[in-house]
Design a protein around this ligand. Structure first.
Ligand SMILES: [Zn+2]
Length: 364
């Protein structure tokens, strides 16, 4: 099954100019190929390539695969007309891209598009009605330009991976943090005040005992660290239990292990990584979910805190402490709650890519 989804791109003025320049050069390449084929009475792509490729590449800066795309389009047009008329292309007619020249990430709403001036990154909003399609495979895309509104659109053709999996599943997104141990996309907060207070007290005591340095102080320190751990463990058990015992069947969490592999920097992420209790909570939710025939999925943690869960705009400055304010659409929400909604959305799209009999904990 194949579907086509249309996305309006958000591009800077500079990137918009690059896209337009690419369209211009693409049309030029198309015309060169069409003219050669028309004059030589052939729609053979290989012959056309031999005659025109080098010339086009040397006369402009159109990326190689776009030159090939323009040539293929020209040859197809020649074939359709049996070389009786010279195919013409409008200056800003839509342009075909394969998956390599334009990569489309529907989970994060970001496309990177090859242009004459290098790759351009453009964000787009994924409406709720498209959510069931997010797990589908991208086959290719077409870039179009509306001269009246000066907007670019990306028409993405996608193929069904396993659409049946997505129905009947309810996904809960869970954001883990320090201030709030867990914030769920159904607006539930588990705040970390109690844990923070207890840990703060222990930290004070620890400092005192460490400065003493006596044998009995060392013994006390050891006992204390055990007590502290047991307290946090107990809190995590309670949170995991209350999360899993909801109507949701799938629990989406950020894949913190993946961040470590990627060696991503950033204070907030570092803090998350250094905290064993994040992993413990993940494990507890995993065990308890499995016992109920539910499942945990781990999703790519990039952009979850910077992205607007309403319009999809990704921008670092959208987040200010616990406040999320979208610089694009003005959407305002608690930052952790916004993140949890992004995690839920990413979870839904991840599901489409998983086979039905996947083990309980899966990762994308
Ligand atoms: Zn927004």
């Amino acid at each position: 099954m194949i579907r086509c989804l249309a996305f309006k791109l958000r591009t800077s003025v500079e990137d918009g100019a690059k896209l337009l320049d690419t369209m211009r050069e693409y049309t030029k390449a198309f015309n060169t190929c069409a003219k050669w084929g028309f004059e030589n009475h052939t729609w053979n792509k290989v012959e056309n390539h031999k005659a025109t490729y080098k010339l086009i590449r040397e006369s402009g800066s159109l990326p190689s695969s776009l030159v090939q795309g323009a040539r293929d389009c020209a040859c197809e047009a020649l074939k359709a007309e049996k070389c009786k008329t010279l195919p013409k292309r409008k200056l800003f007619a839509s342009m075909r891209y394969n998956q390599r020249v334009a990569t489309v990430n529907m989970i994060h709403g970001i496309a990177t598009i090859a242009t004459t001036g290098g790759r351009v990154k453009a964000a787009f909003h994924v409406p709720d009605s498209y959510l069931p399609y997010l797990g589908w495979t991208v086959k290719g895309s077409t870039l179009s330009y509306r001269r009246d509104t000066k907007d670019f659109y990306l028409h993405v053709s996608i193929e069904a991976a396993n659409p049946a999996v997505v129905s009947d599943i309810k996904v809960l997104g869970i954001d883990r943090g320090i201030k709030n141990i867990a914030v769920c996309s159904d607006n539930k907060f588990f705040n970390g005040k109690a844990v923070k207070n207890v840990r703060g007290e222990y930290a004070k005591l620890r400092a005192e005992l460490q400065s003493k340095g006596t044998r009995s102080a060392k013994r006390k320190l050891k006992e204390m660290s055990g007590r502290e751990r047991r307290f946090v463990t107990d809190v995590n058990h309670c949170i995991a239990k209350s999360i899993v015992n909801t109507g949701y069947t799938v629990f989406a969490l950020e894949d913190l292990g993946k961040i470590r592999v990627q060696k991503r920097k950033g204070k907030e992420l570092d803090r998350k990584l250094n905290n064993w209790s994040f992993y413990q909570l993940e494990r507890f939710i995993g065990y308890k979910a499995e016992a109920l025939g539910k499942r945990v999925i781990l999703i790519d943690a990039r952009y979850t805190s910077q992205k607007c869960s309403v319009c999809g705009h990704v921008y670092k400055g959208n987040r200010n402490g616990s406040d999320f304010l979208c610089h694009n659409c003005g959407f305002h929400l608690h930052a952790d709650l916004n993140a949890s909604r992004n995690i839920a959305q990413a979870g839904i799209s991840c599901l489409g890519r998983l086979p039905v009999n996947q083990p309980n904990v899966a990762s994308i």
